[in-house]
Design a protein around this ligand. Structure first.
Ligand code: ADP
Ligand code: MG
Length: 270
């Protein structure tokens, strides 16, 4: 029998720090990450940057235990949320994923499901209960935090698929907020969106970071500079597994990078 969690009132900040230590990853015999260590501080936005194929998405999926869904996948190292190992045998996968939510590149609301039910679907996916009396309030809270409430308050029964791309992505953010995660992982959340929708999501990310720790993968250097306080540059050179070349404060990474490869990458010379 699976126990379900019950929602508690929202504290001012739910954010918790996430730490990866010496994380390596494989698909079968293919090693794709090599001893990646990174601290992602609470209430901050950490941006993961680097060329395609260097393991950013894999790293993100390790951070909320989605990597293990791939049958050939394995890993080494540790991931700690506020000091607690999320891979400890006593930790249930659903608990880890409830605390550490994920938003993907392509907005993926349930298209035929109503906007209202899409938000609540976030609870069902992780086995969390929201008593009937709090559901309306929770839907409003999550849609407000995702910057979508005013646009959809009069059409909550319409299907999620009827929204624009940017609105669908904000609906997905609302869905991931429904369980009140401590950390939100975002894998290129704006790369399928137009510039206006992108800026709106960036504003939402900045507001959310007051209460949730955010880790975002982005190919857009201006976006990394705008939204993040911390930055990590991943690279997989000549078939070697992905690793972090340099990590630090975003201002320093863009203004005075230590490694010449970082300087080339952030200046678009890659
Ligand atoms: P990025 O997000 O930086 O583009 P990925 O994490 O998607 O990089 O990929 C890193 C490496 O892992 C690539 O070589 C990719 O081909 C490989 N990879 C990713 N997902 C899988 C998978 N499900 N099965 C096998 N190899 C994979
Ligand atoms: Mg990726």
């Amino acid at each position: 029998m699976t126990e379900s969690a019950v929602l508690t009132p929202v504290p001012r900040s739910d954010a918790l720090a996430l730490e990866a230590e010496a994380v390596s990853a494989w698909f079968g015999d293919h090693k794709v990450l090599d001893r990646v260590s990174l601290t992602m501080p609470a209430q901050q936005v950490t941006a993961l940057i680097g060329p395609s194929g260097c393991g950013k998405s894999t790293f993100l999926r390790i951070l909320n235990r989605m990597h293990e869904l791939v049958p050939s996948a394995s890993l080494a190292g540790e991931v700690r949320l506020a000091g607690d190992d999320i891979y400890h045998p006593g930790v249930r996968v659903t608990d880890a994923r409830r605390k550490i939510g994920m938003v993907f590149q392509k907005p993926n609301p349930f298209p035929a499901m109503s906007i209202y039910d899409n938000v609540l679907a976030g609870l069902k996916l992780t086995g969390t209960r929201a008593p009937r009396g709090v559901r309306d309030g929770l839907v409003e809270e999550c849609l407000t935090r995702a910057g979508l409430w005013k646009e959809v308050r009069d059409r909550l029964r319409q299907p999620g698929g009827a929204l624009s791309g940017g609105q669908q992505q904000r609906l997905c953010i609302a869905r991931s907020l429904a369980v009140r995660p401590k950390v939100l992982l975002m894998d290129e959340p704006c790369s399928a969106l137009d510039p206006t929708s992108t800026r709106r999501i960036e504003e939402t990310i900045t507001e959310l970071a007051e209460a949730v720790t955010i880790v975002i993968v982005t190919h857009n250097m201006q976006q990394a500079a705008r939204v993040s306080q911390r930055c990590a540059f991943f690279l997989a050179e000549q078939g070697t597994p992905g690793h972090i070349v340099e990590a630090g404060d975003t201002g320093q990474m863009f203004g005075a990078p230590v490694d010449p490869r970082t300087e080339d990458y952030v200046n678009g010379r890659f």
